[in-house]
Design a protein around this ligand. Structure first.
Ligand SMILES: [Fe+2]
Ligand SMILES: [Fe+2]
Length: 328
């Protein structure tokens, strides 16, 4: 029986006017009450079912939404995963080619290192030949050049120059007088005061030295030193009368080291000065003949005992190499 049928029945019962004179069949009230209750229960059940249906619809709708959202997210994740895979593949490819490029570069650098090392060896061999020729001609001793080199390296290091420049200044300094190969012996070995004309010839050794050292980059500093090691801080030197920082730093350093060693060494025309006397002469020349900053560094090296140590070490190595014979 449907709800409508039940209602119809109740209405039918309700609308029938009850005649008080007509005797009621026994149990009619009970039946009416039961019917009312049944209709109420049916109503409640009905609205309950409606509510449940609505709730279910809502839940279903929400779940449906959640599911769609989930599906969308899943789609996005799949898309992102694909993208990430592509990126990873691209990256791996890039890394591969980067690694290959780096390996190629390392190979090229290794070859470059071998080539430049060979060049350096060739250059150093060239230096030793040049220096040998110059020392034979000039009667300078190898120890003079060794000490000058060590003093120059010590000063350059003290001035805070990088290691490669310290080395370059050092090996370049031994060539400061190579131009003397062209100077006539009678002038070079003269023990008398030089005439103006002879002095003009002497000055030429700076220009000749620079020329002899060619155009290779390896000898660039050596060329500056050869040309400028007789220039003076106050501009009164030769051959160009350059002044102050206009003279290359390497040549300014060599100038101090060379003069100090010349003063403190024995020469055919003079006795060796003491280190103290030589240092005093250098200090006196600060700001005139020499760059004051370099002199200050040199004095500090003397006070620390570095100059004396170098001098002793060079003398000892000479004894070891040549059993006391004069250096070549
Ligand atoms: Fe010189
Ligand atoms: Fe010298």
């Amino acid at each position: 029986m449907s709800d409508d049928d039940t209602k119809d029945m109740v209405e039918t019962v309700d609308v029938s006017p009850r005649d008080p004179d007509v005797p009621q069949a026994p149990g009619a009230d009970v039946f009416r009450q039961l019917l009312h209750q049944a209709v109420r229960v049916a109503d409640m059940a009905n609205s309950q079912a409606m509510r449940m249906a609505l709730d279910f619809a809502k839940v279903y709708e929400r779940e449906q939404g959640v599911r769609e959202e989930f599906e969308n997210q899943l789609k996005q994740m799949t898309l992102m995963e694909k993208q990430a895979t592509r990126y990873a593949e691209d990256l791996a490819g890039m890394l591969r080619s980067e690694r290959e490029r780096r390996q190629e570069l390392e190979r090229a650098l290794a070859q470059e290192r071998i080539a430049s090392e060979e060049l350096r060896r060739t250059g150093l061999q060239g230096i030793s030949h040049l220096v040998l020729a110059a020392t034979i001609k000039d009667r300078t001793t190898g120890t003079h050049l060794q000490r000058v080199r060590r003093y120059v390296e010590a000063i350059a290091e003290r001035l805070g120059l990088p290691a490669n420049l310290v080395e370059e200044y050092g090996y370049s300094s031994v060539m400061h007088d190579v131009g003397k190969i062209h100077t006539p012996d009678h002038i070079l070995q003269s023990e008398h005061h030089l005439s103006d004309a002879e002095f003009t010839v002497i000055k030429q050794h700076c220009i000749d030295g620079e020329k002899m050292l060619g155009t290779a980059r390896f000898f660039e500093t050596a060329r500056e030193i050869a040309r400028e090691h007789h220039e003076r801080w106050d501009g009164k030197g030769y051959p160009d009368g350059k002044k102050g920082a206009g003279i290359s730093l390497a040549a300014r350093i060599v100038s101090v080291a060379d003069v100090f060693d010349a003063l403190t060494s024995k020469r055919p025309y003079k006795e060796a000065w003491s280190a103290e006397a030589g240092l005093k002469a250098i200090e006196a020349g600060a700001g005139e003949r020499f760059d004051p900053e370099i002199v200050a560094g040199f004095v500090a090296l003397a006070n620390e005992g570095v100059l004396e140590r170098i001098s002793l070490e060079v003398a000892a190595s000479e004894d070891d190499d040549h059993s006391g014979a004069p250096a070549k």
